[in-house]
Write a protein that binds this ligand. Structure first.
Ligand SMILES: [Zn+2]
Length: 113
């Protein structure tokens, strides 16, 4: 994943990890490019930065939250093959109720399980 912000920041991500950083990161509050340090990761695994000038913590390239469309499509396929919500949930490491919600959206109606 390549992320660009205001042409000042570009990062290539391996799942959740910065591999390379080119250019300078600018603080969204004070626009400082000096003393911008890494400061852990947020819930979705995106790198967070701390501005040591104004103490603002920010995420220049946030990952998308939630499950990918690929996982959702796979859940629908497995359901069509006759797997139960719980079996699909175990296979894809997703909660059974989440699977049920996706399939409800997919059919536009609730089905008996
Ligand atoms: Zn700042």
């Amino acid at each position: 994943m390549i992320c660009q912000l205001n042409g000042t920041f570009a990062a290539v991500y391996n799942p959740g990890m910065i591999v390379t950083i080119r250019g300078m990161i600018a603080c969204p509050t004070c626009q400082a490019t000096q003393q911008q340090v890494k400061s852990g990761f947020n819930v979705s695994g995106s790198q967070r930065f701390l501005c040591k000038q104004c103490q603002r913590i920010y995420t220049p390239c946030p990952n998308k939250n939630g499950y990918s469309d690929q996982v959702r499509r796979l859940a629908v396929q497995l359901r069509q093959q006759g797997m139960s919500y719980r079996a699909i949930g175990r296979k894809l490491d997703v909660g059974a109720q989440t699977i049920a919600n996706w399939l409800k959206i997919e059919d536009g109606s609730r089905t008996n399980d």
